[in-house]
Design a protein around this ligand. Sequence first.
Ligand code: NAD
Length: 288
Amino acid sequence: MAAIQNGSVVAVIGSGAMGSGIAQVAASAGHIVKLYDTRPEAVAKAIADIGAVYRKLADKQKMSAADADAATARLKSASSLGDVADAALVVEAIVENLDVKRSLFADLEGVVSDDCILATNTSSISVTAIAARLRRPQRLVGMHFFNPVPLMALVEVISGLATDSTVAQTVYDTAAGWGKNPVHAKSTPGFIVNRVARPYYAEGLRLLNEQAADPATIDAVLREAGGFRMGPFELMDLIGHDVNYSVTQSVFNAYYNDPRFTPSVIQQELVNAGFLGRKSGRGFYAYG
Ligand code: NAD
């Protein structure tokens, strides 16, 4: 199996931070991209935002005006799941919840063709578990992008126990064709990056809990002295506290409550308050 063919339909389910970035990258690569979200206004916003990005790139002469118009025209709004029946690849980027993802993929199996590949952008949930209830679990694979998707090159291609190796290779080749740097990994809690990054957030939150310094100071130290591109607090604000907190919970549960991964009460309170970071206008920092 080679990469998903240029010009074929890619469906993106969930049009939030990640879904809209994935849709942009797939449309830029020449696919017809169908966006679906339970909130139609999220689809409308994603298509408008991506169109604005293309126009800005054309204004800066980083792409021609004709290419910008053509890429925008490849973005289609799906008003129901039935509209994605002709997809060769479906990438799911909905809420980080096993039951909700399982239910979506069960519905999708009733809609798409037998050779359609189903991919999940989950950050931390077992790909094996998401696939387990499917009629054809071998066609489900993790396709884990990083935020912001158009700028971040890495894509983790995650195989669950049932994933067919040719399916994983097709998604790997597709990501490479989209200009990304894919890597194969097995389905373990947090995969590679989210596992290695957990202590970065956890120790930052522990320092804050112990009132060692405020977020801006800790972020500045990590950026300026540590050489990190972002400090832990600005990075959590970018990711979204709801997403980051549920990833920590999921890794904590998967490793039998290993204290290294204990979720933070400080972050839990941000989630309780709806202070989700950049996307809600407030997290550790305020955004105008
Ligand atoms: P988000 O909250 O920005 O967007 C999620 C979207 O999914 C929302 O628009 C919501 O309306 C929609 N949705 C929820 N349930 C749905 C359903 N059943 N069917 C269709 N649409 C539904 O979240 P996000 O940050 O884009 O994260 C999406 C997924 O990507 C999660 O699994 C997350 O763990 C993963 N992820 C997030 C990041 C990150 O940095 N934010 C990075 C990598 C992976």
